[in-house]
Design a protein around this ligand. Structure first.
Ligand code: NAD
Length: 288
């Protein structure tokens, strides 16, 4: 592995999460810094909720350029920041901290990453109806950003579990804060799901269904839910093609997995921290 030449001028950007050692994120960010020619390194730090306040104090004291934030810290780190972006506030989660001369601003680029990955694939849901399944962190970010970016109507489905109230709250926030009209439906009502998908431009799985330990599984009962001109996307990136995407592709639908979302959320975070945008084609090539 080629190493960045670290000197007294080298600056630091972190990733604070627990567990984190398996993450691809530092490699992605370091590849981007190399391409941009900036003298910065990105390091992962095992920081959980108990250590977070001290870690953020450390970020300030060490004058780090910023930090990426992942679980379990996304929903609590706002307490230690000076400002939170409107999207991050609506999502109730921060995944990027930008240090502007000691003033810490929290952003959420997960939803931005999803919307940019749609654009990158020639998909534009502006002014259209979408159906999105999910009530967790990824779903909330995708739903809020899609509404902020001009989706006209959104049908949100979630199963009855500990996350369900998040989805109901997201519907309320979207209706109160954006021009999008959102409605909540229980995922158990599969006839309603089929009906909402039937007149949607785009359908998205924003749950962990399809990824380990739920790999090979989908809540879509059969291919009759997919008409060929429905665009079908998944936030899951491993496996590359979930059981749902495979069914949709075989039914003739254009499909997209979660890899682009992951890449573009990183590109957006780097742009917020450095004010420079790295070439996405280069990053795709670099990361395989
Ligand atoms: P989370 O734990 O916050 O939420 C889990 C969601 O899955 C909830 O909505 C829950 O109701 C739903 N769910 C779980 N089991 C289900 C089942 N059997 N049937 C129906 N719904 C079920 O998780 P998260 O952080 O929102 O992550 C969800 C998925 O999104 C994961 O696979 C994760 O890898 C992926 N993700 C991708 C990106 C990306 O950049 N592509 C970013 C974040 C998360």
């Amino acid at each position: 592995m080629e190493r960045h030449q670290i000197t007294g001028h080298t600056e630091l950007i972190g990733l604070m999460a627990y567990p984190i050692r398996h993450s691809q994120s530092p490699a992605t960010h370091n590849a981007a810094y190399e391409k941009l020619g900036v003298d910065i390194v990105n390091l992962a730090f095992e920081v959980d909720a108990d250590d977070l306040e001290d870690a953020i104090k450390g970020l300030r004291a060490l004058k780090m350029r910023g930090s990426n934030i992942s679980m379990p810290n996304k929903t609590i780190v706002h307490k230690y920041l000076d400002e939170v972006s409107p999207a991050a506030k609506l999502c109730g989660a921060v995944n990027t901290i930008v240090n502007k001369d000691g003033y810490l601003i929290g952003h959420n680029t997960d939803g931005i990453g999803y919307v940019q990955s749609l654009k990158d694939n020639g998909i534009d849901p502006t002014g259209k109806k979408v159906t999105i399944v999910g009530s967790g962190g990824a779903a909330t970010a995708v739903q809020i950003q899609s509404a902020l970016d001009g989706v006209a109507e959104m049908s949100i489905f979630a199963r009855d579990d500990k996350f369900k109230d998040n989805a109901i709250e997201t519907v309320r926030k979207i209706n109160e804060n954006t021009d999008c009209k959102a409605v909540f439906y229980p995922l158990e009502d599969l006839d309603r799901l089929k009906a909402e998908m039937a007149d949607s431009y785009l359908f998205t799985n924003a749950t962990g269904v399809g990824m380990k330990p739920l790999e090979g599984i989908t809540y879509i009962p059969d291919a009759s839910f997919f008409r060929p001109d429905l665009i079908v996307t998944d936030v899951v990136y491993s496996p590359h093609e979930t059981a749902m995407l495979k069914m949709a592709r075989k039914a003739g639908c254009k499909t997209m997995n979660g890899q682009g979302m992951m890449l573009f959320q990183a590109i957006a975070a780097i742009e917020l921290m450095l004010g420079q945008r790295v070439d996405s084609e280069y990053m795709k090539e670099k990361l395989g």
